[in-house]
Design a protein around this ligand. Structure first.
Ligand SMILES: [Zn+2]
Length: 287
């Protein structure tokens, strides 16, 4: 059976907390198969970035697109997670040639950009917390500093023999106008789940199980269940649009040799072809 990822959300009946829990196993597998980062540390970081982006979108922008960009200590190294309201989520790993790792602990940055209902962007940048270069803490810092929502969050990925066995995470949010008291109780409780990789390894980190664990004993109501998947919105039209934005000289150099141009989508590795006539039309629009 094909694994289907989903995201569950619930609100406690006292109105104090919102919990969002995600299974991102298949999404992460798909994105990894397209990007193929080699080092296991990169695999984990990429998986966590994708899961974190999905959780933040489900929390702050469920009906809009969200991108999370992680920049390493070397500013030429970065990863992108790009997640859409229909659940389609893709990612990109960009490292300088001959580099296999992406240290984050010194000058790493997490930038999040999400589309607002009016079409404008909400953007925030936080430093990846020093000493604990984990993606969970970077996203928590973003939620606190840029969204002003008190959030406890954990994302993780369990690997065996280099393969993703399970990936997922949860976020618990204190809803506005609630005293900090309940949060302290909740924070204490969540100390047991700060690292969810052991739960993932035991097969005990389905969204249902994460909801049950984080909200143990608290009456709550499930308010949503949505699917997520690996997916890319690239198309011949979109690629032609990007090509058309290149300087004319660049397009002309692509036409040298008179051969059909083959281009691969950086995100999903799908191949596209542009004939010489199609390329010519980009610089000499048909009239
Ligand atoms: Zn694509």
């Amino acid at each position: 059976m094909v694994h289907q990822d989903n995201v569950l959300r619930a609100i406690t009946d006292d109105g104090a907390f919102r919990v969002i829990a995600a299974d991102t196993t298949a999404t992460v597998r798909g994105a990894l198969a397209a990007q193929k980062p080699e080092a296991l540390e990169l695999v984990r970081t990429f998986a966590d970035l994708l899961t974190g982006a999905i959780l933040v979108r489900e929390s702050m922008a469920p009906d809009n697109r969200l991108q999370a960009i992680l920049q390493g200590d070397d500013p030429r190294s970065r990863m992108i997670a790009d997640t859409h309201p229909d659940g389609a989520t893709r990612g990109l790993v960009q490292l300088p040639a001959s580099t296999k790792t992406m240290p984050l602990g010194e000058r790493g940055l997490l930038q999040v950009a999400r589309t607002l209902h009016n079409g404008q962007l909400h953007q925030g940048v936080v430093e990846v917390p020093h000493g604990t270069p984990t993606i969970s803490s970077a996203f928590m810092a973003y939620m606190q500093e840029s969204e002003q929502v008190v959030t406890v969050m954990a994302v993780g990925c369990h690997l065996a023999a280099g393969e993703v066995v399970a990936a997922g995470g949860y976020m618990v949010q204190l809803l506005p106008e609630v005293a900090e008291g309940p949060l302290m109780v909740m924070t204490e409780r969540l100390k047991d789940f700060e690292d969810i990789v052991p739960l993932l390894a035991r097969g005990a980190a389905s969204p249902e199980a994460l909801l049950a664990e984080t909200l143990y004993g608290m009456p709550h109501t499930k308010v949503g269940d949505r699917t997520v998947r690996f997916g890319c919105h690239c198309s011949p039209e979109r690629l032609a649009g990007s090509l058309a934005s290149l300087p004319r000289a660049d397009i002309e150099s692509l036409m040298e040799g008179g051969k059909t141009l083959e281009i691969q989508c950086d995100y999903c590795r799908k191949n596209y072809e542009f004939t010489i006539d199609q390329l010519r039309n980009l610089i000499e629009p048909a009239n």
